[in-house]
Each structure stands twice: as structure tokens, then as C-alpha cells.
Design a protein around this ligand. Sequence first.
Ligand code: MEV
Length: 451
Amino acid sequence: MPFCEYVSKMPEKTTILKGFSKLSSEEKLLVAAGHCTDPAAAESDLRSFHHQDHDIQKILSGISENTITNYPLPYNVAPNFLINGQMYMVPMVIEESSVVAAASSAARFWAERGGFQAKAGKLIKKGQLHFLYAGDVEKLKGAMPVIVKHLKESTRTLTRNMENRGGGIASIELKDQQSIIDNYFQLDVRFDTRDAMGANFINSVLEEYAAALNAFLYKTKGFDERDFEPLMAILSNYNDECLIEVSVSCKVDALEVATAAMPAGDFLRRFVMAVNIAESDVYRATTHNKGIMNGVDAVILATGNDFRAIEAGAHAWAARSGQYRSLSKARVDGKQFTFSLEMPMALGTTGGLTHLHPLAARSLEMLGKPDARKLMMIAGAAGLANNFAALRSLVTTGIQTGHMRMHLSNIILKIKASSEEAKRIKKHFANKKVSYQAVVSYLEKLRKHAT
Ligand code: MEV
């Protein structure tokens, strides 16, 4: 459909736009702006977020599809993350200001108490070829050693580079899933993707396995490829071998200054109780884990990784016992307090966006060019830091005191107060409840008195 036809059809919001993806990005911008109440203002707004450097805009537009502009989020840093004895300045991309403030404050608190101890597990990611097989099952099972050899040989061109980097196919197993669906089987494949998250690599190999298995059944006596129906080939985001464990620990007495709001003993009792509640109450566990993901996702976004993949895996891991539980644990052994986090964290420091997005590359540089294991531990430490800070507030002052301070700054921005007015508003609301209306009324009063 020519561009002018798109535009002429625009008032009818029910029109199906065919071939939209073939329009130029300029045309797409105009069509999209036409869906706003003031298309000219929208067009100008959307354009104003184009990157001034044409080469960078080309990269950003190339990353995704139907891109018409950029959507900037704040790029923040949280200093003082001491992890396994090394200090990091941690980049965090997130719009929730209290998250960065909380991460920074908790990082500093724990840096003064030995920092985070962290471990990362194997770099093993999972993938599955789901298929139906209507032939002789015992025969298929018996042929697996030959099939595995054949699959590996058939995909050597895809796996060679990964093998040269020390990774590759860790195992291929046939899983009989006929108890779920008649004739249903899986090839359950474990991939060692080294420092890459490896999604494309895994999916390409799995798709090739479907073709290779078909070819094997076709050419091998006693098998019939017509018994085989590949259903889907895809990685799993449940990477239960690619785990991180991060913990902080200190003498109970060293918590004395954790909060001015109450004595250390009370704080500790209430903190441990809060974690235990998240162990058994799903409503609380979900929010508790959201607080962890605040820190984790912000690091993942800043380093060009896929936060949806980590989210999905984290929540599946949290529910592995059959009940959704807290990802973190708190305990007191005698006089020692320990707070820890264990979760899957399949991140990469090579491939994908990690070096393509200029700011992801900068983030990795800021972190000292970590390998995948280090990045996994850093993201985990950010998660535990945020969890600690959230619980510290919740069981003492409540989170609204801190949140409202941040919220006040957003309101000041929104109502376009001058810097002098902002100062007076902050002073006025230092010990008062903040609400949008209250701030607007106070500003009106200020302005009235000024005239
Ligand atoms: C807000 O983004 C996160 C918290 O709700 C987490 C929690 O409740 O533990 C404060």
C-alpha cells in the first residue's frame, strides 16, 4: 500500500495496515504520530529523541523492528560494590530512582563489612527439541549413542567456534514424555556457551538437530522417518545449572548502625522474620523477589542482556519446590548474621547486544570487562543489595519516607518549579506527607506571595 494511502486511511483506526514494515522509518514515524491527538507535536517530539550521531542511530534502529525513535531511560551508577574483594562501579539502567539509591547505600554498608561473597556455577544452558515419534521406542532408545554421534557430526560447522572457545555440546539425552502426550519425546540438550548467553547458537543447533534426526531415520535400516514429527526446537530459560550464589555476612553487633530507627536486636529479629514470611507467603514472596529483580534487571539492561529471560528463569526457580518462595534467605548462627541469594543467571559478556549497543559496551568496560561468571555475580550482588535495602526500610521506617523523597523530586520536575522554588518545596516537605496536590498548592502559595 503506498504511503499516501496509509495516511488517508488513518482516521479509521480499525483499518488493517498491510506492509507497514516495508515503509521507511520516516514514513512509519509519520503514520504513528498520526495516531496522536496532535500529530505535528507528536512528530516533533518523536524526532527530538533521534540520536544526533547518525551512525549510533543506525545501530539503534538496526537492533529492533519498526523503530521510529529512541526511548531513553536513565543510565545510573551505584558505587562501592565490593564483590569477592574487588570493588565495582555498577551501571544500572532503571527509571525507579529509589532502586539506585538503595543499591548504593546497601553496597556501601556491606563494603564496610567485608563485601559480597559470590560464586557462579556452570555456564550450562538448556535447549529442547520437542518431537513426536510413532515408531519402535526401544529401538530409538538403543540407537541413541549412534544418533548423538550423528547429530554432533552434522552440526560441527555450527559448534566448531564454540568448541574452540572451550564450550560446545555438553550432553544430549532422549527423554520419554509419553506420560504427558502420546508419542511425545524430547531431545534434552545441555550447551556450554562460555561467555555468550548463546540463544541464537542454541536455537540454530536445535533446529539443525531436527533435520539431522530426520535424515538419520530416513537412511538407517529399521527406522522410518515418517514416524518422526518435529514439533519445536528452542532453548529453555530455566537454566538450573547456571546459578549464582551471593551472600553478605557480619557479626550481629555490626548491624548496630544498619538503622538508626531501632536497636540491632529488634532490627535483626524483624528482618529475619520478613524473609521467612517471603519463604511461605506467595503474595509477599512475589513483591520480595520483585525487589531483588529491581537490582538484577537494572544491571542486565545496562549490559545489553535479556532481562525477560532472567526474570522467567528466576520466578520458575523460586517455584521449584512447588510453591513460589523467596529467592533470598536470612539466618543467624550464634552471633553471625548471613543474608544470601541463589538464582539462575544465564548472562553473556560477548555476542548479542553486549558490544553492539555502545552503552552496553561502556557498561562492561566500567565493570572491568568481566567474563560471564563475573557479570552474573555482579548482577546477583545488585539484587541482594536491593533486597537488603528494601527489607531494612520495610521493617523500620517503612519505604514511603524514602520513596516520597524521590517522588517529590519527580513532582518538582513535573510542575516545572524553578530551582529556587524547588529548594523551598524540599525544605517545606522535609517532615511532611508528600502528595502531588499538596506540592502544587504549596507552589501556588509561593508564587502568590512572590507577586
Ligand atoms: C519496590 O520497587 C520494591 C519493594 O516493594 C520490594 C519489597 O517489598 O521487598 C520495596
